[in-house]
Design a protein around this ligand. Structure first.
Ligand code: NAD
Length: 640
């Protein structure tokens, strides 16, 4: 029997670890084989997603095969370990950034290298037997394989706690700490796997998800935060030593077993990582500074000796009194210069983009991508173009060989037609990024079609209007897998100021229609208030000056004032030529009312806004005017 089974089954790329007798410990060769398979499947249209699992009920994967490392290190060959870690970390980053969904089933132990394999995909499933941990400090290593990323993001100071103690997380804890996504009873796993092989999509899994119960980690959070908030390992130990609670005593006992240098470096790594520039690359690069030095200058060989060679469980650590000087930490975490970890460049750094729909919004968005140095080819049947964007004569020509196809279209029907035509033309593994505002059902249907063509899909409708599109300050509300969202992030960064991942495909549209229901109602309220102010003889500028700084303020008043010559430049200053056309607002209000009907939500203001925009667009000549042209409509009318 081989250590690993790599195959395709139906539409799934299947990877099964088959070393149950060794708790599926990951060897160097297994890493290389998995990476090669992921590379092969990335652009294979026959592979819709990856399913990772393991034989045996004791472990998904209890870690990297450290016996292998020990032999080479003892022989003075430190290069082997460095090569192994560099290759393993490249695999971890590949899983994290993989353009297709990666579903992992994590029974029993998932530790260390197992976390790097099983906890970076898009759908991380845990069950009753799951025990997840980063126990590296117990052998003189820091939490690695990208685990420091999750630890840095875990609630409060639980990252420092989990990383230094190696505490075992049950399913609920793992979800709480961000190492897993869904709890599904393990009896359901075989059927789910079959479904994923035979036409199901990973998001369908969510319907089988159950409540994992309360996280023990949550209950410990205040103790953890109290004791693990210090700057250094020394600070943490000092507060624990001053407390005789069961938590403090247990934790001190655990920390006394682990390598002080590794624990001190773990704390420092998490402190350095936390913050807005956190990324998997940064986490792996910092971990690698330690691991590259761990055999030669750290305690790793001694840790492995005590744990699995002599099994005396009595390691002779450096800094045995647990007081690790700052200089020792700095030496382990100094940059490695030319030997620094090199991960493959993310293909999304310079993607080729096909842009479909160069209207009021699409044209400036495409221009911003081109300005940022991306190769953008655009198509719009109306013949519109955008600055810096190569014009194609057809949709298929625009999307040929594109890494990303971005659509900015009027409605769901047109989106479906465009998807029907273009999805089969797209490069396998590419991303279909729809930024139009459309109905949730069209989005979900197109997402399914994209998956069936081996493509990634993200719905990311926007807020911010033409001004935001031109200035690159849009807000994106996105739906889709974590991996697909991550792939789209560099583009969101260029075109917008913020992107919120709202959930699975369709969730972005749900957020958008709720937002626009508010916008429709507030624009009407703003316009009718101006019309009333006119009749009361109140100057519009004075009205703006008061309301824009009082409790009646809103985006409609402050950023998009419907009164010409008042407030910042807006379509009102341009004869109500759209910005955001009234018929598009009508469309959005229809979408929100349809959605409200479907889920039986009571939305009387939304319903009234819909009726007023319908009247304006269909009966009163509002089509082709900006949605803020409601102001002249109210101003010209007397109460009947
Ligand atoms: P728009 O009408 O100006 O642009 C849509 C473009 O799609 C047009 O240029 C049209 O020619 C093109 N198009 C139509 N059918 C096509 C096809 N089959 N293939 C390719 N292109 C096709 O609309 P917009 O204001 O740019 O809005 C686009 C989307 O963004 C809409 O879904 C809208 O609801 C949403 N949106 C608009 C604003 C806004 O302020 N304008 C704000 C947020 C969201």
């Amino acid at each position: 029997m081989t250590d690993i089974s790599i195959r395709t089954a139906g539409q799934a790329g299947r990877i099964t670890l088959r070393r149950p007798q060794a708790l599926n410990a990951l060897t160097y060769q297994m890493c290389l084989d998995i990476e090669a398979a992921l590379d092969r499947w990335r652009n294979d249209p026959g592979v819709a997603h990856i399913v990772l699992d393991a034989e045996g009920d004791k472990a998904f994967c209890a870690g990297g095969d450290i016996a292998e490392l020990y032999e080479t290190g003892r022989a003075g060959d430190f290069a082997y370990g460095r090569r192994f870690w560099a290759d393993e970390y490249r695999l971890n980053a590949k899983i994290f950034n993989y353009p297709k969904s990666v579903v992992s089933f994590l029974q029993g132990f998932t530790m260390g290298g197992g976390v790097g394999l099983g906890c970076h995909g898009s759908h991380r499933i845990v069950g009753e037997s799951s025990k997840i941990a980063m126990p590296e400090c117990g052998i003189g290593l820091v939490p690695d394989v990208g685990g420091s990323l999750m630890l840095a993001l875990a609630p409060g100071r639980s990252g420092e706690f989990l990383g230094t103690t190696g505490w075992r997380m049950a399913a609920a804890d793992a979800i709480y700490a961000g190492f897993a996504d869904h709890f599904i009873p393990e009896t359901a796993w075989p059927d789910l796997t079959t479904a994923l092989e035979t036409g199901g999509i990973p998001d369908d899994i969510l319907t089988s998800a159950a409540d994992p119960g309360a996280a023990r980690l949550d209950a410990l959070q205040s103790d953890i935060d109290r004791h693990f908030a210090g700057e250094t390992l020394g600070d943490i130990l000092t507060t624990l030593e001053q407390d005789d609670s069961p938590f403090a005593i247990d934790t001190r006992t655990t920390l006394a077993r682990n390598a002080p240098l590794a624990m001190a470096c773990t704390v420092e790594i998490l402190h350095r990582l936390r913050g807005p520039s956190l990324s998997i690359q940064k986490a792996l690069e910092l971990e690698y500074r330690f691991t590259a030095r761990a055999m030669e200058h750290g305690d790793l060989l001694e840790g492995i000796r005590a744990a699995i060679i002599d099994k005396d469980r009595c390691p002779q650590w450096q800094f045995a009194n647990q007081r690790v000087p700052a200089i020792a930490v700095s030496k382990m975490l100094m940059p490695l210069g030319k030997d620094a970890l090199k991960l493959e460049e993310n293909a999304m750094t310079h993607p080729k983009i096909g842009f479909i729909g160069l209207g009021n919004m699409g044209a400036p968005m495409a221009a911003n991508l081109a300005k940022a140095g991306m190769t953008v080819t655009g198509f719009d049947p109306a013949g519109t173009t955008a600055k810096g964007v190569a014009a194609a004569n057809s949709g298929p020509e625009a999307v040929h060989d594109a890494d990303v196809v971005l659509t900015m279209l009027p409605d769901g029907e047109i989106l479906r037609a465009v998807a029907q035509e273009l999805l089969p033309q797209m490069k396998p593994g590419a991303l279909f990024l729809d930024c139009s505002t459309v109905d949730v059902q069209s989005t979900r249907d197109v997402a399914r079609q994209a998956a069936s063509h081996g493509l990634n899909f993200v719905d990311a409708p926007v807020s911010g209007g033409v001004g935001g599109a031109a200035a690159g300050t849009l807000t994106f509300m996105a739906g889709g897998s974590e991996a697909a969202f991550a792939a789209a992030q560099p583009l969101f960064d260029i075109m917008g100021q913020k992107a919120v991942h709202c959930g699975a495909a369709g969730a972005g549209q749900a957020a958008k229609i709720c937002n626009n229901m508010i916008l429709g109602a507030t624009m009407i309220a703003t316009c009718e208030a101006f019309a009333l102010a006119d009749k009361l003889g109140l100057d519009r500028q004075k009205m703006f000056d008061v309301v824009s700084t009082s409790s009646g303020y809103s985006w409609s008043m402050n950023a998009y004032c419907p009164a010409p010559g008042v407030g910042p430049q807006s379509p009102a200053d341009n004869g109500y030529k759209p910005g955001f056309a009234a018929e598009l607002m009508l469309k959005d209000l229809r979408l929100s009312q349809q959605a409200a009907e479907a889920v039986n939500a009571d939305t009387p203001m939304g319903a009234r806004a819909l009726e007023l925009y319908r009247q304006f667009v269909e009966d009163e000549g509002g089509r082709g005017q900006d949605f803020s042209a409601m102001l002249p409509r109210f101003a010209d009318r007397d109460r009947r």
